[in-house]
Design a protein around this ligand. Sequence first.
Ligand SMILES: [Zn+2]
Length: 153
Amino acid sequence: MEMTTVAVAMDLIGRASKALDSLRERAKTSKDAELKENISNLYDHFLDLKETVLRIKEENAELRRTIAAQAEQPPKPEIRQFGETHYYFVGEDGPFCQPCYDSHRKLVRLMPLQDYAGGPGRKCEVCSKVFFQSRRPMGPLSVTGDSLDIFRR
Ligand SMILES: [Zn+2]
């Protein structure tokens, strides 16, 4: 099993703790008051350090749980306005159809920009809606079925 940095730190703390305990035992028989004082201070600092590393260990575990939970969720798309319409994007990926996502939570990629009677637009192949970023000023309506169909959408 791969050892995490925190696990390495805990292992080092365990070893330092043993060394410090044995140093304290030896110092008990010493008559050097300053040495005893220094060891006592060192012991206090060491306990603080141990407590801090334990807190880091808990924070680390919490962050790992958060990251794992986020990885399980699909990315949340963001809406962006383009001229007169809205598209969904996931980061730089998109554009995706707004009605398809809002009503069915489905990310449907829109077709590349094409020239329609109403102006340049992108079509959704699922809901068949055409999105115009800017509308061409409407001239007299042509009566062919196809273009009328586009104006109604
Ligand atoms: Zn759609």
